[in-house]
Design a protein around this ligand. Structure first.
Ligand code: NAD
Ligand code: WQD
Length: 347
């Protein structure tokens, strides 16, 4: 992709910017000189995160509390904010919940994306970076996984991502003014170095690292390790964890490399860590014991997921540099500073 630099203070709409990845990306964008407008319905995000973004960046980030399916609200935002491009994070993301509530997942994830694309079209904004997921690769035949590997989701959440990818390809093919990037994240973890912005899952965390952090901080008694009989060196699942700040930088690189069409990029490190390695490393960085017990495999889990990030390295000029130790150190910094997340935040 050819490089394309935005002029300073160009305005970017960040959907889902009060959530985990969107908030970190808003900080990175703002630090690079972009003006940020956030739209979020706060169904899984926090208004405190928006305040923290403003404080960390010392800018007056605009925030609209709205559901993306509210076309009137979207029209008002596009009509008044002078938006040039969109980073689209908003959506529902819990795999298990999507199996129980498929209609809700299709309604929210597809409905909000359709509504957003139609509003963009009406207002002549045709650049969008989409939050896709490594989940679109299903159970991969080989690892590391390149973007040309077969796709095939195994749950409604993953299918919603695949369908949106197809929609974006179709829209790009219909009119070459559209410019799309599909960013397939591997396993985002970590937090902002300040310790004031991080992942704050509602209820019991589905993902390993937030669960391990809540055990380390004393909110939960022990980690359940979902299976030790996988075909991996220690028998536990291996994942490609990526620091959320590296991921945020990947969005900047993608935004600045947008060109007509629709291209997918893996955002991962290419290096894996097992469940037991994550637990051990968390004990080290936190200085706390992290008790665990081994239980049955979680249905739908795969043994190994690893990115081949070569395309993003070469074409976006981006690389995820932060180590697992840094990821867990920063997650712990956030968790220990704010044990109850944004709920007990004292500014
Ligand atoms: P998150 O839940 O923290 O953030 C999503 C935000 O979108 C929330 O703040 C939520 O309130 C908002 N939102 C949801 N529906 C909305 C709607 N209809 N209108 C307006 N706002 C709405 O999730 P995240 O971890 O930051 O993930 C961001 C994106 O990245 C999601 O699309 C997710 O599917 C994708 N993704 C996440 C991961 C991960 O492990 N966190 C991995 C791969 C892909
Ligand atoms: C990692 C490893 C588990 C929790 C999920 C989604 C994926 C993407 C990222 C959005 C696995 C093990 C976990 C626990 C455990 N999200 N584990 N005990 O499953 O790779 O990916 O989040 O797009 O779509 O599926 O991540 O963090 O849940 O699990 O042993 O309490 O930790 O079995 O090996 P996963 P994870």
């Amino acid at each position: 992709m050819s490089g394309r630099w935005f002029t300073v203070k160009e305005t970017v709409l960040v959907t889902g910017g009060a959530g985990y990845i969107g908030s970190h990306t808003a900080v990175a964008l703002s630090e690079r000189g972009y003006r940020i407008v956030i739209v979020d319905d706060l169904s899984n995000g926090s208004p405190v995160a928006v305040d923290v973004i403003r404080r960390l960046t010392d800018t007056d980030v605009a925030f609209h509390e709205a559901d993306l399916t509210d076309t009137g609200a979207l029209d008002r935002i596009f009509a008044t904010e002078g938006i040039s491009a969109v980073l689209h994070f908003a959506g529902l993301k819990a795999v298990g919940e999507s199996v129980a509530l498929p209609l809700r997942y299709y309604q929210v994830n597809l409905g909000s994306t359709m509504s957003l694309l139609e509003a963009m079209d009406r207002h002549d904004v045709r650049q969008l970076v989409f939050s896709s997921s490594a989940t679109v690769y299903g159970d991969p035949e080989t690892v590391p996984i390149s973007e040309t590997a077969p796709t095939g989701a195994t749950n409604p959440y993953g299918r919603s991502k695949l369908i949106i990818e197809d929609i974006l390809r179709d829209v790009a093919a219909s009119d070459d003014r559209w410019q799309f990037c599909l960013l397939r994240y591997f396993n985002p973890v970590g937090a902002h170095a300040s310790g004031d912005l991080g992942e704050d899952p509602a209820g019991i965390p589905n993902n390993l690292v937030p669960f391990v952090m809540q055990v380390a901080v004393g909110r939960r008694p022990e980690v359940q390790v979902f299976g030790t009989d996988y075909d991996t060196p220690d028998g536990t699942g291996v994942r490609d964890y990526i620091h959320v700040v590296d991921l945020a930088d990947g969005h900047l690189a993608a935004l600045e490399a947008l060109e007509p069409g629709c291209e997918a990029f893996n955002l991962g490190t290419g290096t894996g860590a097992s469940v037991l390695e994550v637990i051990d490393a968390t004990s080290l960085v936190s200085g706390r014991e992290v008790p665990y017990t081994v239980v049955e495999r979680r249905p739908g889990d795969i043994a190994v997921s690893l990115a081949d990030p070569t395309r993003a390295n070469d074409r976006l000029g981006w690389r995820a540099d932060r180590s697992l130790e840094t990821m867990l150190h920063d997650s712990w910094n956030w968790q220990s500073k704010h044990p109850m997340g944004f709920e007990d935040y004292e500014d």
